[in-house]
Design a protein around this ligand. Structure first.
Ligand SMILES: NC(=O)c1ccc[n+]([C@@H]2O[C@H](COP(=O)([O-])OP(=O)(O)OC[C@H]3O[C@@H](n4cnc5c(N)ncnc54)[C@H](O)[C@@H]3O)[C@@H](O)[C@H]2O)c1
Length: 375
């Protein structure tokens, strides 16, 4: 079997999630290529070697540029902080490597357009990892919408709520600095919510945003006895309108006490409605106005049947899957896209669309909070 040899940049949270995906994909799915975990790249040799040993990466490297000169690397997997995505993705494209890139895409729409241009010019496969699209219940939601089961969509209500910053001891790391993260939950969590809104409803016409900072100083990660400035918002609330006339609200926060990773959407339309909650990710709630009045109500669909996308490769019906499976499904589709040459979504075109909304929301939040048109 032909191989796709991968180099991963970054070896912490997403480094682990991606490594697991590359390892699991060939065990459960029939793939066109064998993914080979060739090189893990990072800065600290000791922790990098430990990571490589645990996950089976054949080699380690501390200079990502050297990887791009190698003929035995076919794809670059970017699991680095957001400010490093543009430089690494553009260089990877110029070196003719396929790219699997984490979200948020990058630090501005201008950067996004430059990455897209480089990837298109090189003709490489480019994928932006909004993994929630590949939860089977979300894929079912898309299918029901495309089949007309929801009718005209009136409302999108998205929320991505976490609570890790309610801990005042949490230090100022890259996620709390503008230069490295671009923004706070508005981009980190909002990019996922906007991607799902694009996927399920369509493009935005305009967006407004209001942000709030609850704690503005925290211990420095490098020296906890010193305090450092939190440069990004702690919570951001977006409202908007889609081009198709539907209204949107999107709530993003790291201060939802007790909510660990509550990523939800609600869609209300002329013929039906649906709701989904990441923390109960195998289920889709679906309401249809075509049900008999005496039996109407939300159906609780357990999305684990053989007919549901991706599910057949895993376990028998009712044997649920979890967070990591969205990454495995992305790895599978990425390898298939390399074979087919047809691309995979969300790709860097989607990344540009998302960055336009996130940039507009940031502009609104930093300004009057009023609506900004999306071009
Ligand atoms: N898809 C998702 O649901 C999801 C979840 C979490 C994070 N992310 C995204 O994944 C990316 C990485 O986030 P994370 O949570 O894994 O971060 P992390 O802080 O856990 O890991 C970042 C990695 O990058 C390395 N790194 C940092 N600066 C570097 C540099 N200058 N050169 C080389 N290596 C460097 C670090 O050593 C570390 O291995 C971010 O874009 C983040 O938004 C996505």
């Amino acid at each position: 079997m032909e191989e796709i040899r991968i180099a991963i940049l970054g070896h912490r949270f997403m480094g682990r999630a991606h490594s697991n995906a590359w390892l699991q994909a060939p065990r459960f799915f029939d793939l066109p290529y064998k993914p080979v975990l060739q090189v893990a790249c990072g800065r600290d040799t000791d922790s990098l070697q430990a990571f490589a040993d645990r996950w089976g990466w054949a080699e380690i490297e501390t200079d990502w540029r050297k990887l791009l000169e190698r003929d035995d690397i076919d794809a670059i997997d970017i699991a680095l902080p957001t400010h490093l995505h543009a430089e690494t993705a553009i260089a990877a494209a110029e070196a003719g490597k396929h790219i699997f890139c984490e979200k948020p895409f990058c630090n501005s729409t201008a950067e996004a357009e430059a990455i897209l241009a480089a990837a298109e010019k090189a003709g490489v496969v480019h994928y932006l990892n909004h993994n929630y699209r590949r939860c089977p219940a979300v894929t079912l939601a898309k299918k029901l919408i495309d089949e007309g089961e929801i009718g005209e969509i009136y409302h999108w209500r998205g929320a991505y709520q976490q609570s890790w910053l309610t801990n005042a001891e949490y230090p100022v790391d890259w996620k709390l600095k503008k230069a490295t993260a671009g923004a706070g939950p508005l981009w980190d969590l909002g990019s996922h919510a906007v991607d799902l809104a694009h996927y399920l409803v369509g493009d935005f016409k305009e967006i407004s945003c209001r942000g709030k900072q609850f704690i503005s100083e925290r211990p420095l990660a490098s020296d906890p006895s010193q305090m450092g400035e939190v440069e990004v918002e702690c919570a951001a609330l977006m409202t908007g309108e889609f081009q198709n006339g539907a209204l949107a609200t999107i709530e993003t926060t790291r201060y939802a006490t007790g909510q660990k990773n509550r990523h939800t959407f609600e869609i209300y339309g002329s013929k039906g409605s649906m709701t989904w909650d990441m923390q109960d990710m195998n289920r889709l709630q679906f309401y249809s106005t075509s049900d008999a009045e005496h039996a109407s109500g939300f159906r609780d669909i357990l999305v684990t049947e053989r007919c549901h996308e991706y599910v057949n490769a895993w376990w028998p019906p009712g044997h649920i899957i979890g967070y990591e499976h969205g990454f495995v499904h992305a790895a599978v589709d990425f390898l298939q896209a390399i074979k087919d040459g047809k691309g995979i979504t969300p790709d860097f075109h989607d990344g540009v669309r998302i960055m336009k909304v996130l940039d507009a929301a940031l502009e609104s939040m930093d300004g009057s909070g009023g609506p900004i048109a999306i071009s």
